[in-house]
Design a protein around this ligand. Structure first.
Ligand code: ADP
Ligand code: ZN
Length: 748
């Protein structure tokens, strides 16, 4: 059954035929498309060139996989890494799709066999490396087949401005001549405007539809802390996620070795990974991590793109990444399954300087132009500013990529969670700093200004007579590290400029002047060095309302099957599938098909063993099977308009109706695959437009009373004092909720 219609000019997406959704359900067990997938797939089915920019975990691969199967013929997928190709082909085979890959590891006879398969017309997706496509014989062979679509994965690799330039990608535009009728679709997770334009030009996309999803990853909690005791800070994060997968990124090999050794010594299952190890050693480390026999990989960024493990629960940057794009890409490896994950960045000025030196040296060695070198320096500078800006991390990241962030607080970063202490007299302190910059005539760097404010008697200060300035010693009670940090915080807010690259000098700008005249309120924070002990959204919370013990049993079963088949566990089933299974406890195949992520083929392969484990568990614990689980009947497939769709808005199509029905927060979080924190922020937004009669279903009356009493005692400006007053027994989300409700009540 196909739907025909006349497209109107103001309608960016065409309607996707019903049959497509049947295929989606049968093959993958998904009952809907995410809104941004909807727009991309509509464009792909139309055969129009497309550039899809979607964050990691957004579901890019489905965008080219499902249309390839739906349309028949052959879709070529270009992918930069063997490991990525292998995972995708393995995953597709698991759901019964004919997909193959051609790469350098195939033997001559395997290549011959592959060629025959392609010629037979049964192969839907062919994964190839860009190098392969430079081979003319291979192209000639492919020309004899019905190639109607070319999908370029990780398309930012084509751009020198991107974070992972690969010269081989430059040759891909030649494909246009070989397959003039085929549509070309490019996919990437991170792309600034500059990279986006570069992708379009380099690949020669023809009047492409550009679809940009929100860059926000609401399931990630971001924390950015200054380094104090690096090893201890790393251990603290690993501790919070003991038993789960995580990646610790270090700048140098030495650090990798030290941290690995330290984690092993303190009882973690950790391996190291860096370019100095042999190919074999690296392969072993990677496989151990993918097969979940090891929890933590400590690595240089050499460890990266091939990592497709979907249930990575934390990423620690033990040193600053090279740019905000790198940071987005590297943190993006956490929580690809949509479940909560934590990203902690530990920064230091020393690391930033070292990184600048290393990057510049390697670019010079590669004969990069001065433009590229300056741009890389700028990118590190931007990242460093991000670290020191006391603004919501989710907002900062999203705005960096040119999008707006609607929620006043994300509920999932150190700033919004109140890890940091706001400095009450920020304005006076900022004025003192700025006037000192003015007094030294905007001719000195951060160090010197800090020395003057501290009242130091260094040679430099005395020689220049700066001990005679009115600002000399004005902030002598503050520690040097703290003061430096505040100067950088002002730079981060745009209230002060750092000019020049070799010896950067502090300069005032228009914003500095408004602060000096008392017309603006700068923010300064005292940074905490460790995340405060708190209950934070975690996977165990998602499992809480399912059965944790059953979940663990299913995990073991999954690992066993994966080992037998020589594929990573997530290729068998994702964590979210296991969580749903342990919540539903299905007793029949039909019930099993209700679980999102189980299609026909997987049901046939694994249904019985999983059903058996669930049945045994229920018998042992004398608990019922087939738990009634209110799946939101309200999830509808919404076409998303070009460029406007955001993941968080799409989630609202799930959360808002459920909130109106008064569903449980954890239940809504699971249905929408977001944290309860995000659900609460949706609820708060809803409360701005609608009167909510009661919040008793979400916060017990007694607890509401406790929160109000605490707020009466310590004030309502900040959540943290209330949280502490209640001895951390009530989480921030509930506090926020109760205070907002109270406000609404008093306003009406
Ligand atoms: P990306 O390549 O963009 O990082 P993936 O293609 O790996 O993302 O998808 C991320 C996760 O989302 C996978 O676990 C995938 O199974 C799941 N997923 C993708 N599309 C859907 C959908 N429409 N419904 C439910 N889950 C989906
Ligand atoms: Zn935030």
């Amino acid at each position: 059954m196909t739907t025909t219609k006349t497209p109107r000019a103001d309608e960016p997406t065409s309607i996707i035929p019903q049959r497509f959704f049947e295929l989606l359900q049968e093959t993958w067990g998904f009952d809907s498309l995410r809104p941004s997938q909807h727009a991309s797939i509509a464009s792909i089915l139309e055969g129009r060139d497309t550039l899809v920019i979607m964050p990691t975990g957004g579901g890019k691969s489905l965008c080219y996989q499902a249309p390839a199967i739906f349309r028949g013929g052959l879709t070529i997928v270009v992918s930069p890494l063997l490991a990525l190709m292998k995972d995708q082909v393995d995953s597709l085979k698991q759901v019964g799709v004919q997909a193959i890959r051609i790469d350098s590891t195939l033997s001559v006879s395997e290549k011959r066999e592959t060629a025959q398969q392609i010629r037979s017309g049964n192969v839907r997706l062919l994964f190839v490396s860009p190098e392969r496509l430079a081979n003319q014989d291979f192209i000639r062979f492919l020309e004899g087949n019905d190639v109607h679509t070319i999908a370029i994965d990780e398309a930012h690799c084509v751009s020198q401005w991107g974070h992972d330039f690969r010269p081989e990608y430059r040759q891909l535009s030649a494909l246009r001549n070989s397959f003039p009728k085929a549509a070309m679709h490019a996919f990437t997770a991170t792309a600034t405007e500059k990279v986006r334009l570069d992708i379009i030009n380099q690949l020669g996309l023809k009047s492409p539809r550009v679809l940009v999803s929100s860059f926000d990853r609401p399931n990630l909690t971001y924390r950015v802390l200054p380094q104090v005791d690096l090893q201890d800070q790393i251990r603290e994060v690993c501790e919070r996620h003991r038993g789960s997968g995580g990646i610790v990124y270090c700048l140098r090999r030495n650090d990798v070795e030290m941290v690995t050794e330290y984690l092993q010594r303190t009882g973690f299952s950790a391996v190291g990974y860096h370019a100095g190890m042999s190919h074999e050693e690296r392969k072993r480390a990677q496989e151990a991590f993918l097969s979940e026999t090891v929890d933590v990989v400590v690595a240089t960024v050499a460890f990266g793109m091939g990592i497709d493990r979907s249930n990575v629960r934390f990423v620690v940057h033990a040193s600053v990444p090279k740019s905000i794009e790198h940071y987005q890409q590297e943190t993006g490896r956490a929580g690809r399954d949509g479940l909560p994950a934590e990203c902690v960045l530990l920064h230091s000025v020393g690391d930033v300087m070292t990184l600048k030196k290393i990057t510049e040296a390697s670019l010079r060695e590669a004969n990069a132009s001065e433009d590229i070198i300056a741009s890389s320096r700028n990118q590190i500078e931007e990242l460093s500013r991000y670290c020191r800006t006391p603004l919501c991390r989710h907002r900062a990241l999203v705005e960096y990529f040119g999008q707006s962030y609607s929620s006043p607080s994300c509920g999932a970063c150190d700033v919004c969670l109140g890890d940091t202490d706001e400095v009450p007299d920020a304005k006076t302190i900022a004025q003192k700093i700025l006037s000192c910059v003015f007094r030294v005539q905007e001719r000195f760097g951060v160090n010197h200004v800090v020395e003057v404010l501290l009242g130091s008697k260094t040679q430099n200060v005395i020689q220049r007579g700066h001990d005679k300035l009115s600002t000399y010693g004005l902030l002598r009670d503050i520690s040097k590290a703290q003061l430096r940090d505040w100067v950088y915080q002002l730079i981060g807010q745009g209230a002060l400029e750092l000019d020049g690259s070799e010896y950067p000098i502090l300069k005032l700008n228009a914003a500095s002047r408004t602060i000096l005249f008392g017309d603006a309120e700068p923010r300064l924070i005292r940074t905490a060095t460790t995340a405060k002990e708190r209950k934070q959204a975690s996977v165990s919370e998602a499992v809480e309302f399912s059965d944790t013990r059953l979940f663990e049993k299913l995990r073991i079963l999954r690992r066993r099957i994966a080992q037998e088949q020589n594929v990573p566990p997530f290729v068998v089933f994702s964590d979210s599938v296991l969580i749903e299974m342990s919540a539903y406890r299905p007793s029949t195949s039909d019930r099993m098909l209700d679980v999102s992520g189980i299609g026909k083929v997987k049901l046939n392969s694994y249904g019985n063993v999983f059903l058996e484990t669930i049945r045994q568990h229920c018998e042992e614990c004398s608990i019922a099977m087939d738990v009634e689980w209110k799946k939101p009947s309200t999830i509808t497939v919404m076409p998303q308009s070009v460029r406007s769709g955001t993941t968080s808005n799409s989630k609202k199509s799930i959360t808002i109706p459920m909130l109106r029905q008064g569903c449980d927060l954890a239940e809504i979080a699971a249905a929408a695959e977001i944290t309860t924190g995000t659900v609460v922020s949706h609820l708060l937004e809803l409360m701005q437009d609608e009167i909510i009669p009661s919040i008793d279903g979400w916060v017990p009356v007694e607890e509401q009373r406790k929160i109000i009493l605490a707020a009466d005692a310590v004030g309502r400006e900040k959540l943290k004092p209330i949280y502490e007053h209640l001895q951390q027994s009530v989480d921030y989300e509930r506090i926020r909720l109760v205070l907002s409700f109270e406000k609404q009540q008093t306003a009406t």
